[in-house]
Design a protein around this ligand. Structure first.
Ligand SMILES: *[C@@H]1O[C@H](CO)[C@@H](O)[C@H](O)[C@H]1NC(C)=O
Ligand SMILES: *[C@@H]1O[C@H](CO)[C@@H](O)[C@H](O)[C@H]1NC(C)=O
Length: 471
């Protein structure tokens, strides 16, 4: 009996260690939109996708209630505008913890409280000075509620906290921030057994330096790598290089063992003209490769044994976010809960069980005329073809996606292939879209490609090319 109990315990512990070692992928559930599904539906969506962790930007009661007993771990946020009050008024902090945390815990598995978002990093300002006092006030309130050891308190910093991030080994915090905010925060995190939260966006680095930074490097694709001149370490992704700059900055302050969670990272599926790199194909590549990378369980070169712990930004496209177009297009899902693009989000996805791709019929632009709606006609044969009227860049991006993460058979449109001629973007994209569409057995939404395609009841006639009709 005893030995059996021990072996069960051992198996359990091994399982915990294994899941820990795999790294973890969570998602930021932002809600700056007027068209999102109810929180209950969102919980169902996340469960159906195998997502086990979310981060929200407030403590919305409907959201926290919806996550009760879901098993999903939640990181909540004390919004920026409440930091000064919490810092200066312990009874406010106590009341806030009672009403927003203790009321929901433990049914809602609140794991951590982010105190504001990206306040430290924007330079020396008054707001920055209240971050650590607010963290201490909230921690004191948690302790009073006997939650001090269950729930961590931290505060996400921006990469702009770093004065130097290249090469990674020379990473350091801005000197003017160190004593004013960084060191007090790290001391607090260490004392409370918490961890540093950092938001890491290779997209922004790439967008501003696209002539210097290779896109493949930014997207975790195959690339020659970048060697750190300080220590000779070769980086194959910008994300890892950025994260290691943070680790180097921590080591420079003697916080070598401070744990770090990447509380935001992501890539937009659309953007303005000036937003170099924002595209559906790139977003699918970045986020898909990020998940694959995290789930290998490997750490970064400077912290090889620390599995990555990341939260993708964001769950939905948020139509009321201000700023450039990309800001409203970071979502993995449209508000109707269809995927913007098809990537793995969990270990079960990686094992080959991908959910349906792309976005829904209801959201497709009315570009497809005379077809009776995208893939709603299941009678008779249909083909998925490129829309000749869309912007060339969008068509190219959709083609790249179909041939890349989409898994379309693009051999025949290579220069020696049977469908290379005619050598036009529309012909090649049509071939690739149709291959993808037929492979997906014409799943609803598999012929959308962000509006770059339409369903046809007639096969195209391009040269001698035979178009698959699938099923
Ligand atoms: C402190 O917060 C409590 C609870 O929110 C409030 O009743 C009180 O007026 C606040 N005190 C000050 C000085 O603002
Ligand atoms: C588009 O659809 C409308 C309505 O079914 C039809 O009247 C029109 O002729 C179609 N246009 C083309 C180019 O097929």
């Amino acid at each position: 009996m005893v030995s059996q109990a021990f072996s069960i315990l051992f198996i359990l512990l091994s399982a915990i260690a294994a899941s820990d070692a795999a790294g973890s992928v969570g998602i930021n559930y932002g809600r700056v939109a007027n068209n999102l599904p109810s929180p209950d539906k969102v919980v169902q969506l996340l469960k159906s996708q195998g997502v086990t962790k979310v981060k929200i930007f407030d403590t919305n009661p409907a959201v926290l209630s919806a996550f009760a007993n879901s098993g999903i771990i939640v990181v909540v946020c004390l919004p920026n505008e409440q930091l000064a009050t919490a810092a200066g008024n312990q009874s406010f902090a106590d009341n806030w913890v009672q009403a927003n945390i203790a009321k929901y815990y433990p049914a809602t598995k609140i794991e951590a409280i982010a105190i504001g978002n990206e306040i430290i990093g924007a330079g020396i300002n008054d707001e920055m000075k209240v971050v650590v006092p607010a963290m201490k006030a909230i921690q004191a309130s948690l302790v009073k509620s006997s939650l001090g050891s269950n729930i961590k308190v931290s505060s996400p910093i921006a990469m702009s906290c770093l004065g130097n991030s290249y090469p990674s080994s020379a990473g350091s915090f801005k000197p003017e921030l160190v004593d004013a905010a960084i060191r007090p925060m790290l001391d607090f995190l260490k004392q409370t057994g918490s961890y540093l939260m950092v938001n890491v966006y290779p997209f922004f680095a790439y967008k501003d330096n696209s002539k210097l930074i290779s896109l493949d490097y930014a997207l975790f694709k195959e690339n020659p790598g970048v060697v750190d001149s300080g220590n000779g370490v070769k980086y194959n992704s910008l994300f890892e290089a950025q994260l290691d700059a943070v680790f180097a900055a921590l080591s420079a302050l003697q916080y070598d063992d401070m744990k770090v969670a990447v509380t935001e990272t992501g890539w937009p599926s659309a953007g303005d003209e000036a937003e170099t790199g924002a595209s559906l194909a790139n977003a699918a590549a970045y986020n898909g490769n990020l998940v694959r990378r995290v789930l290998t369980g490997k750490g970064t070169p400077l912290r090889p044994n620390d599995p990555l712990n990341v939260y993708i930004f964001s769950l939905f496209n948020e139509n009321q976010k201000p700023g450039p177009t990309s800001e409203r297009n970071f979502g993995l899902f449209y508000p109707d809960m269809q995927r913007v693009y098809n990537i793995p989000l969990s270990q079960q996805d990686l094992n080959g069980n991908l959910p349906p791709p792309m976005k829904s019929d209801s959201q497709s632009p009315p570009a497809n005329n005379g077809t009776g709606g995208v893939s709603k006609t299941t009678v008779g044969q249909t083909w998925c073809l490129a829309n000749p009227n869309v912007d060339q860049h969008e068509l190219q991006a959709a083609l790249d996606y179909a041939c890349g993460d989409g898994g379309a058979d693009c051999g025949p449109i290579q220069s020696n292939g049977a469908c290379f001629s005619p050598n036009t973007l529309v012909a090649h994209a049509s071939y690739a879209f149709n291959s993808y569409y037929q492979k997906k057995a014409r799943v609803s939404g598999s012929c959308v490609f962000n509006g770059a395609s339409y369903v046809s009841t007639q096969p195209p006639s391009f040269g001698n090319c035979q178009y698959s009709t699938g099923y």
